[in-house]
Ligand binder design. Structure first.
Ligand code: HAM
Length: 421
């Protein structure tokens, strides 16, 4: 128990963690290109933020949140997603008072207590963006375009963009009535949760994971058939902009997202090669959310991309991730005095930006050479007590095996020209 991480969580060890660095660098790069700036919010928030924001009849809030009372008896939840916290920060710090739009991105762990399986974890990581302050359909296309450019920058192909419009509150009202009519005589067959959702939020029934509910909702009326003229036009424009920037998409009228805040455009990005959990990203517009959390009416749109699923996709497509973990030089010492001098020299080299290491376990020459080979260094620097007396060290070029004697005070400069020059 003590030596086992909680179910559904992962350790990322050296060798693996470099892949995360690589992805994170791509995230920062694409956000810079598109003009999005990073926001870091706490990993826990007041529970009410999610029950109001994400929706208290969603699976996430009903069944999947890590909720606890802190020592002051406040209900706290680990964030299951990043949009509601970003909206909270947008309001708390009055970012709406700055010239609009506000373009934010985040990168970090999210927590959902769901049944772990391939691609589904209890602690997972998202790269998300949120664009506040514009309802322009080009904004929707920008957000989807950024996601696809990000995946493209990693060399991924064969991804599907599925889009739908879930309409505005007016269209939703009409959809709700049609849905209730459709489900009325199937009500007793639905799971307990869905029976409870029937009056309050029947659209959630379309998102239920129970096999039975899924079967009973086949052929249910979808939002696309209930769009008002404004929503219809907006969706049409979004598609036009997507086509204009060369993004292929599939219209998926059955697409309902698992969070309540969406209005108009909703989308998912799917990769079929990684099993049942094939949604590598999802998002949409949420024009009512800022108001719902206590602000003025500020439109917004964004996405969240799952980074574990992204790594699975990269692995499946055999995307090569360049990992640079080589050291520049390994300092080998023979004798007590040489060992002390070697330590000082290594520190000096490190301060000059040279990746240097040495043994601390008192290994013999063979053992130190073995360690140098394991570290795959370009050079080995050998100092014995005899060399030390002469004020020199032997520098060995590992690949060619060539050796030369160098003055101790000339080593730093020589290595810098060899390595960086
Ligand atoms: P979401 O669809 O719930 O949306 O999550 C986005 C992505 O996070 C999913 O497509 C998936 O790749 C990943 N993900 C979700 N749950 C798990 C899990 N248990 N294990 C591994 N990966 C997972 C949101 O979270 C919205 N906040 C997105 C958004 C931003 N909408 C507007 N702005």
């Amino acid at each position: 128990m003590l030596t086992k991480a909680p179910r559904g969580t992962n350790d990322f060890l050296p060798g693996e963690v470099e892949k995360w660095h690589y992805i994170e660098e791509k995230v920062r790069n694409i956000c810079k290109i598109y003009g999005y700036r990073e926001v870091r919010t706490p990993v826990f928030e007041h529970t009410e933020l999610f029950s109001r924001g994400v929706g208290d009849t969603t699976d996430i809030v009903e069944k999947e949140m890590y909720t606890f009372f802190d020592r002051s008896q406040r209900s706290i939840s680990l964030r299951p997603e990043g949009t509601a916290p970003t909206v909270r920060a947008f309001l708390e710090h009055k970012l709406y008072a700055e010239p609009q739009p506000t373009k934010l991105y985040y990168l970090g762990p999210m927590f959902r207590y769901d049944k772990p399986q391939a691609g589904r974890f209890r602690q997972f990581h998202q790269f998300g963006i949120e664009l506040f302050g514009t309802d322009h359909p080009a904004g929707d296309a920008e957000v989807i375009g950024l996601a696809m450019d990000f995946y493209g920058s990693l060399g991924l192909t064969k991804l599907e963009v599925r889009i739908n419009s879930v309409g505005c509150p007016v269209c939703r009202k009409e959809h709700k009535v049609k849905l209730q009519e459709f489900l009325q005589d199937k009500l007793t067959g639905l799971c307990q949760n869905c029976q409870g959702r029937f009056d309050r939020n029947p659209i959630r029934i379309l998102d239920c994971k129970s096999e039975n509910c899924r079967e009973l909702t086949l052929g249910a009326p979808n939002t696309a058939g209930c769009l008002c003229e404004n929503c219809h036009n907006h969706f049409h424009q979004v598609q036009k902009y997507l086509t204009q920037i060369g993004i292929n998409y599939i219209l998926d009228e059955s697409l309902v997202r698992g969070l309540d805040y969406y209005t108009n455009t909703a989308f998912e990005i799917i990769y079929q090669g990684i099993g049942a959990q094939s949604a590598i990203g999802g998002g949409g517009r949420y024009n009512g959310l800022v108001e719902q959390i206590g602000g003025q009416m500020v439109p917004g749109i964004g996405f969240g991309l799952g980074l574990e699923r992204l790594l699975m996709t990269m692995e499946h497509q055999r995307v090569n991730i360049p990992i640079e973990e080589k050291m520049d030089v390994f300092v080998i010492t023979l004798g007590e005095k040489a060992d002390e001098a070697g330590f000082t020299l290594m520190s000096k080299l490190r301060r000059a930006g040279i990746r240097a290491d040495k043994d601390y376990l008192g290994k013999n020459l063979k053992g130190q050479l073995k360690q140098a080979n394991r570290a795959a260094t370009d050079f080995c620097l050998i100092i014995g007590d005899d060399e030390l007396e002469k004020g020199i060290a032997v520098l060995k070029q590992m690949e060619s095996g060539e050796q030369q004697e160098l003055k101790l005070d000339a080593i730093e400069e020589y290595l810098i020209t060899q390595l960086r020059g």
